[in-house]
Design a protein. Sequence first.
Lengths: 287, 236
Amino acid sequence: MRTLTRNLSIVGTIATAAVVGGCAAGGSDTIVVGSQAYYSNEIVAEIYAQALEAEGFSVERSFQIGQRDAYIPALEAGEVDLFPEYTGNLLQFYDADTTATETTAVYDALQAALPEQLTALAMSPATDQDSYNVTSEFAAANSLESIGDLAGVSPLVLGGAPELEERPYGPSGLMEVYGVSVEFDATGEVTLDALLAGEVQVANIYTGNPAIAQYGLVTLADSEGLFLASNIVPIAGSDVADEIASIINPISEAMSPDELVAMNLQSTAEEMSAPDIAAQWLEENGF
Amino acid sequence: MEVFADAWQWLVDPQNYVGEGSLLQRSLEHVGYTLWVMAVGSAIAIPLGFYIGHTGRGRGWAVGITGAARALPTFGLFLYLVLVIGVERREIAAVIALVLLAIPPLLAGAYSGVDQIDRRVLDAARAQGMTGWQLLFRVELPLALPLVVGGIRNAVLQVVATVTLIAYVGLGGLGYDIIQGIPLRRFDQMIGSAFAIVVIALLLDAVFAALTRIVTPEGVRRAGGEDIRARENSRR
């Protein structure tokens, strides 16, 4: 056991040395842009990176870092300087019991919840958040427009990732806020396919997902604010935030929800690379 | 260390033993898929292994395929099969993907179980006037059984660990609690259910370890040749 512990601590030392070494190599003028292991997030990060490069910054790309548990410590430690995030999901990470759901309220709550060394730059109108979707046939047959219209429709099976079962906007929230009673099916990776096959009638799909338009799905309006709004928001290290805000903020303001979906579609359907999609968007929007 | 105490709390929480998605239900789903996969995999791989070992035909082929098949990424294959077979029949996709994982160790056990039998024993049996079928059922099968069960043990461990993946497409099992726990940051739930999988794996392995002792023929045991692989190596 003692040997094991010692070996582990050696591994730890080497790993730490590698991380520290990697950072030192970047130098002080370099902006490190990170991204999640999510194609849409990488496109936005690539846009930031190219815009910074166009203004003469030297940029280091640290993409595909994975989930929040993996990259938030790197952001807080200053190893990554800029990261595209989502207001609602990030707020939930820092404050699991938050009651804010509306766009501005979430953004304000996020700014209060962020640690000192991180700054939220201007958020974008583009969102990538949870939403409940039905097929157009099902919507027409039951005259559905908003989530509340689901009340009384039966049987109703809700499909989504396993964690949806426990989320405040999951089955319990549907009941409390809208009086809609659903059975839950953890369809996970195959949620869209299960909806199209009729295994589930309601599916939790991110609004940024191009499949909503591709398959003519109907996104039910959330009039009571069940879902946490989740707008794209650049999170910057506070030491570089002022320096880059004038470059990054106009990008956030210019990016519309539809454009985000269109870029995601270019990635999934046309298999364009993130740098190409980013360059095209920057050019079209006059940056 | 605190996280392990929390995991233990989660494991013994009576709340997790009642209703939809209880630990018991998840465990039964987990074991159920494991047994299904082992039944289908054994039905395919063990007769095939005996055939190869008995006739010596396709030996090089079998060794090559089983070796290469170990490199198949089960998760990728699984999701691909779900798309091909269709989301309504994803149980079948899960079983196929896991059967392909189970076949290499099963085939290797059955094939080498027959192959390692001392040729002089087979010659002696033939000299007694045994037919091919008699030879297979009365000599080769009993002498091969310890290695066959060894192959099954090997396969069960891999399958029980990998059944965890089926929760990604909503088929349940103990992987559900792990996959649900990651985004919710519930480390007690993740470690607790991982621990439950380990316990199930150890229990199944103990069952088959006992079975190995039972199926080892009296003669082989008395000759001290229970671990035939060791004998094989020492002879070389």
